[in-house]
Write a protein that binds this ligand. Structure first.
Ligand SMILES: NC(=O)c1ccc[n+]([C@@H]2O[C@H](COP(=O)([O-])OP(=O)(O)OC[C@H]3O[C@@H](n4cnc5c(N)ncnc54)[C@H](O)[C@@H]3O)[C@@H](O)[C@H]2O)c1
Length: 440
């Protein structure tokens, strides 16, 4: 469904109209539809700053150059500040000074990443206080710059996770993360067997399965995984055969028709797909009603598809049907973080997903695998087209970027989390892709 307010705001007449009435005009987001390639930041300039004893600054500069960016002293669209190494709050003055200086004249569509140490790796409470301050700083900064389509995010780095800063920067500083802002992405050490690999075609040779791939977010995930080299298998309900084939045909993918709630869904996936490198649990439904009016079958259906099917299919596949170093990505929702009246069933399943990935991650890490979740905000799909118009208007506008996201925005985050060279250091995390929606 198109967003007329956004479309109007992006015409030259609309811009004049919005500015005359002092209305917030949603910006055009700088998305990147092309594959990452070896140098996703080519042609961009970056300013790097840091606290006095910045831990990662040298590595960050090398990573930026490796990704194709040139280092600059002023007027650049990429700003990276290494705050790891601040032993106490007073050292954060350099954080203030850096951004105070460089925000003046920041171009539209700019990307900011602040890097801090994970709380668990801090050596003193004072260091943890400085590290903790970074998330409030970044979340507020994201709200200040969102109207220009710019983003700000925080990377927290646990000891041993340093090799994974490079891949995370390639995502967060590029147009692949245009709808990710105001978020904290934690990097943890990966299994010893996993090394940052080739960034070019990071999913080449990998087999990926996506549930609910016939339309909406699932179809975008299938296309984006294929763009990065994956062989894609799409799953959807038998009645969606035509739509599923239409999604998969252009990308050379294979269709498996099944209802994810079938008792033998995992076994049928294993039989049709063989061993998987990447498994994306995207299929989901809403059946909204205030709890006192909610019929039992609404509860059963939503719990069955959105949560129970994920747990059961994984139990069946984790035995011997995932490759070593397989990655799993589940789709949650900001509804599971904030809660919504009329969505006790849906929100329960989505917070269930968030708890599930956090709980399963340590066990999978021992096997060299990883599981993460993506929590979409308001995304323009058939699911949100059914929301009442007034709620839809506010759902879109109540975010730092003043608009809903596209299925492609979720697909980019799933692709990042599914590609070990980019996100090998992310495990057990839930990444919100919501334009910093004010809910949750
Ligand atoms: N659109 C949003 O704003 C939004 C926000 C937060 C989370 N999400 C989540 O993103 C995911 C995709 O949502 P969407 O907006 O693309 O929805 P959609 O309704 O457009 O697509 C969902 C797909 O899942 C399939 N599906 C449903 N039940 C199934 C079953 N039992 N077995 C197999 N396939 C099944 C459908 O046929 C459909 O192709 C869902 O998990 C949803 O909860 C969406």
């Amino acid at each position: 469904m198109s967003d007329r307010y956004l479309e109007l705001a992006q015409t030259s007449l609309g811009r004049q109209f919005f500015s005359a009435l002092n209305l917030p005009g949603p910006p055009r987001l700088a998305r990147e539809p092309q594959p990452y390639g070896a140098q996703p930041l080519a042609g961009k300039s970056a300013i790097v700053g840091g606290v006095a004893q910045a831990r990662y600054r040298g590595g960050v500069e090398a990573a930026l150059k490796g990704a194709g960016a040139s280092l600059a002293e002023s007027a650049a669209p990429l700003l990276v500040f290494d705050a790891a190494g601040a032993t106490g709050p007073i050292e954060l003055k350099s954080l203030y000074s850096f951004f105070h200086q460089h925000l003046e004249g920041l171009p539209s569509g700019a990307r900011i990443v602040v890097i801090g140490r994970a709380a668990a790796s801090c050596e003193s409470a004072a260091e943890a206080a400085a590290a903790g301050a970074l998330s409030g700083f970044v979340k507020s900064l994201a709200k200040e710059i969102g109207r220009k389509g710019s983003t700000a995010n925080l990377l927290t780095v646990a000891d041993g996770a340093e090799p994974w800063i490079d891949g995370a920067l390639r995502f967060l500083l590029s147009g692949h993360a245009a709808f990710v802002t105001g978020q904290v992405l934690p990097l943890v050490p990966a299994a010893r067997s996993l090394k940052p690999g080739d960034f070019n075609q990071p999913l080449a040779g990998k087999t990926a399965l996506v549930t609910g791939a016939a339309r909406g977010i699932g179809a975008a995930i299938a296309a984006t995984l294929a763009r990065e080299g994956a062989q894609v298998i799409g799953v959807d309900r038998p009645q969606e055969e035509e739509a599923l084939n239409a999604t998969l045909h252009p990308i050379g993918g294979r269709a498996v028709l099944l209802d994810v709630t079938a008792a033998d869904a995992g076994a049928r996936i294993a039989e049709a797909a063989g061993k998987l490198d990447l498994l994306v649990h995207n299929a989901g439904v809403t059946r909204d009603k205030l709890l006192r009016k909610m019929p039992e079958h609404y509860w059963d259906m939503v719990l069955g598809i959105n949560l129970d099917a994920i747990v059961r299919i994984n139990e069946q596949l984790l035995g011997d049907n995932l490759k070593p170093q397989a990655r799993l990505v589940c789709i949650a929702s900001i509804g599971g973080i904030a809660g919504n009246a009329g969505q006790t069933n849906y929100a329960a399943t989505k917070s269930g997903v968030i708890g599930y990935v956090a709980a399963l991650a340590p066990e999978l890490a021992k096997r060299g695998m990883a599981i993460n979740a993506v929590a979409p905000g308001f995304i323009e799909t058939q699911m949100t087209a059914s929301i009442p118009p007034a709620n839809r208007f506010f759902g879109r506008r109540m975010s730092a970027l003043l608009q809903g996201g596209l299925p492609e925005d979720i697909a980019e985050a799933v692709t990042f989390l599914g590609a070990a060279p980019l996100s090998g250091g992310v495990n057990g995390a839930t990444l919100r892709v919501c334009g910093q929606n004010w809910l949750g």
